[in-house]
Every structure is written in C-alpha cells, then in structure tokens.
Design a binder for this molecule. Structure first.
Ligand SMILES: Cc1cc2nc3c(=O)[nH]c(=O)nc-3n(C[C@H](O)[C@H](O)[C@H](O)COP(=O)(O)OP(=O)(O)OC[C@H]3O[C@@H](n4cnc5c(N)ncnc54)[C@H](O)[C@@H]3O)c2cc1C
Length: 416
C-alpha cells in the first residue's frame, strides 16, 4: 500500500473554485493539497465570460494575476450585454456609464487559458501542493480525519475536505447527498466558430432569447480575431420534456433560424459541439457538513437566470478558505461550526440568486422580453436603469416585482 500524504486541508479540483480556495488559504499561511484529475492546460465547456465579479475577486486574491488575465492576447474586453428579444429587436445595455474608458468591466477568455493561468499561479504558491492527474475516488473517515484515495493509488490524510470538483462531483452527490434535480439544473452546449458576422466590436456579449428556446437562451460571445463562443442552455426538465438534443439544435439554429443564419453563412466551426451540466442555485441547499465544505458547482451555485458560475465558485472558495482557517484554528471541525460557511455564502449571494430565480421563472414569457426591450429602446432613462441593475441589487430587485411591469405598461414615473 502506498504512503498517505498528510495535510490540514485537501481540496478536490483545481478549477476556479479550487484555485481560489487554495490561494486564499495560502494568504492565511495555511498549507493545503489540491487533487486535480486532469493535467493543465485542460478545457472546460463554458461560455468563457468572466464577469466584473470574477475580475474583482481576482484583484483581491492576486492583483498580478488579474493583470495577467487582462493582458492576455486571447482575451476580449467586454463592455456590456445585448439582449435580443424573441421579436428579434435588440437592447444594448452597457455594464457601466463609461463605455470605452479605462478598463472594461468584463472579459471573455477561453477557459483552457483562464484556468491554466489560475492553476499555474496556484501551483507556484509556496503553501500549496498541486497534484495533477490525481482523481479522488473514495472518501473514508478515519477517526476525526478523512482518507481520500485516488485512482492512481495515492491517498491523502486530511482534517478537512473542500470539494470543488465541479458539476459532476462524486463527493457532493454521494457524501454530501446533493442529488441532481432536473428543475434546478440546466444542460448547456457550446462550440467555437470563426467568421461569424456582426460580432460586437466592444465585446458586448449577446443573449438571444428565441421563442422556442425559452426559458433558455442562445449566446454569442465575441473573442479576438473574429472568433466567437456560441452556445445555448436550457433547464434539464425542459430538455427531457421536449426530448431535444441540444447539440443538434445549436447547429440547426445557426444554420436555419431567420435571426441567425445570415450571420453564420461564412462561419466555420472549430472542433465539436460540447456539452456539460449546470447545477443551478434556484434552491437553497446545505453547503457543508462535518469536516467538509462544498465550493462552486459542487455546491450547485450557478446563477439560475444567467448561467454565471465562475464568480460564485471563486467567491465561495474564498469564504470556504476563511471558514476552514477558523475551524482549524479553533480545533472545531463540527457540522455546526461549518455552517458559518453557508451563512457567509448566502449572505453574500443569497439576494441576487433569489432575484435570478424569480427572473428565470418569468423567462418563458416571450411577450415580456419583447415588451421590456421595446420600452427601453424608446426610453433612455429606462435603458440606463436596466444598465445600473448589473451593479445595483436594489434596482435589480425591481425587475422581479410584477408592479415594475405594471408601471412600465402605464408609463408611471418609477421607471420612466
Ligand atoms: C455550457 C456552459 C456555459 C457556461 N458559461 C459560463 C460563462 O460564460 N460564465 C460563467 O461565469 N460561468 C459559465 N458557466 C458555469 C461555469 O463553467 C462553472 O460555474 C465553473 O466552471 C465552476 O467552477 P468550479 O471550480 O466549481 O468547477 P470546474 O470549473 O468544473 O472545476 C472542477 C475541477 O475539478 C476537477 N475534478 C473533477 N472531479 C475530480 C476528482 N474526482 N478528482 C480530482 N479532480 C476532479 C476537474 O478536472 C476540474 O478541473 C457555464 C457552464 C456551462 C456548462
């Protein structure tokens, strides 16, 4: 039998959630081991959009790394989002009032590159031991500790497990008992294209709400050099009910849909259409237990309306590291102490996730998208207010209230 590596904290997974956890633990001076099943650089199926929240978290964790991400030649600075309503009419919503000035709030960068930058920086950090090509497959308790066994025979003895192993986490499903629930889960597919017409020169990401795809949407996210990440996502219960193959649907839509086909006549697909699940935070689940914490997709923390999950993985990773440090320094790894992690995550993300859950539930109404987009296009004050909703949660909360739409309909002053 091979010897066990001994550590305080074993992190499963070296994606954005696992790396943020390790980097924050290192800031506390706490050593950890990261087990990662792949060898970097590795790909991750994603839309590749790094929101302002990702960039702010990165700046706090490691300013040099944030600068390296922004300076990447493969990165497209992103200044806003264009919503395309089922009617085909579009609304351009900048992320900030100062579009084009200073640094762009968001970035679009292929995950193969972003994750590699993050992982290499984590690997180079003194207190962190990163073991690539190590797949964690068994989690046994031995006394107060965990014994984590990898498929290659290596095992790790740890006081705490922080599971950041993503949407298909074995630990989350079998140890923490978080099942995949189709109504709180989405399926997504994406492919890279070059030669797509009319990509936004300011890197605005496009969310295209096609009538037959609601409550899901299709996206076109521009990349440098005329490339684009194009994909679509739909709640898993709808995928089952409609018996739809999303890979086929994506290709059909870009080739045949009247709103899209002209833009794709010259486009060439690079590589296959690839798919992956999105565990959505439309239901509040427990993120911890006796001597373990769940981070990012393993804790089902993806925004149920937008599909954004990288920032939530990193933010939850930072909190997991803070609480893990508290647990170890107090010598208390109980489930009751670990709940402090849940409290911090929900305090930070709970409000926006509940707004997004309401928005997702309204998102099957094609007329509502048409109506809001038409009104906002005629009314610069309303367009400005929608833009501010990206940074102002109180404003965003208005969107989930039926009164907002009634005011809009009647042209009342709260929205005009
Ligand atoms: C189609 C699609 C589009 C998306 N678009 C966006 C977007 O544009 N912007 C956005 O913010 N979010 C997007 N998301 C969500 C985003 O991809 C995830 O929320 C994010 O990757 C979560 O990070 P993570 O660190 O929790 O998990 P991951 O990024 O999945 O990382 C988990 C890591 O754990 C490793 N691992 C898994 N099992 C084991 C094991 N047993 N042992 C050791 N290692 C293991 C994996 O190799 C991986 O490196 C999208 C998701 C999908 C599916």
């Amino acid at each position: 039998m091979s010897a066990a590596i001994s550590t305080d904290v074993c992190i499963i997974g070296g994606g954005p959630g696992g790396c943020a956890t390790a980097l924050q633990l290192a800031r506390h001076g706490r050593a950890c081991v990261v087990l990662e099943k792949s060898t970097f650089p590795r790909d991750k199926v994603c839309g590749d959009a790094l929101s302002g929240k990702v960039m702010r978290t990165l700046e706090r964790l490691d300013p040099q790394l944030a600068m390296a991400v922004k300076a990447e030649s493969a990165a497209m600075p992103s200044w806003g989002v264009t919503f395309v309503a089922p009617s085909g009419r579009a609304l351009r919503v900048p992320f900030s009032r100062n579009t084009g000035l200073g640094e762009a709030p968001g970035v679009i960068l292929p995950r193969s590159r972003f994750d590699d930058l993050l992982f290499q920086r984590t690997k180079d950090t003194n207190a962190v031991t990163c073991l690539e090509n190590h797949t964690a497959k068994r989690f046994d308790r031995s006394g107060a500790d965990w014994r984590i066994s990898c498929t290659n025979g290596v095992s790790v003895q740890a006081r705490l497990v922080i599971d950041a192993s993503g949407a298909n986490s074995h630990f989350a499903r079998n140890v923490a008992h978080l099942p995949m629930e189709p109504e709180h889960h989405a399926a997504g597919v994406r492919a890279y294209f070059n030669g797509v017409r009319d990509l936004d020169p300011q890197g605005f990401i496009e969310l295209i709400f096609l009538k037959d795809l609601l409550p899901g949407y299709l996206w076109v996210f521009p990349l440098p050099g005329g490339r684009a990440n194009v994909g679509l996502g739909l709640r898993s219960d709808m995928v089952r009910k409609r018996r739809v193959d999303l890979r086929t649907l994506l290709l059909q839509l870009v080739q045949e849909h009247p709103q899209l086909k002209a833009r794709f006549t010259e486009a060439k697909m690079e590589g296959p259409v690839q798919g992956m699940g999105l565990p959505l935070a439309s239901k509040r689940r427990s993120l911890s237990g006796k001597s373990y914490l769940l981070v990012g997709d393993a804790g089902h923390l993806i925004d149920p309306f937008t599909g954004e999950g990288i920032s939530h993985a990193m933010i939850s990773g930072v909190y997991a590291a803070d609480v893990a440090e508290d647990m170890l320094s107090h010598g208390d790894t109980s489930a009751a102490f670990a709940e402090r992690y849940d409290e911090r995550v929900w305090k930070r993300l709970g409000k926006e996730l509940s707004i997004s859950t309401r928005l997702q539930r309204m998102a099957h109404k094609a007329w509502l998208f048409d109506f809001v987009v038409d009104r906002a296009n005629k009314n610069p004050a309303l367009a400005d207010m929608i833009s501010s909703m990206f940074t102002d949660l109180d404003l965003r909360e208005k969107l989930k209230k039926p009164g907002f739409y009634m005011d809009l309909l009647l042209g009342r002053s709260s929205v005009t």
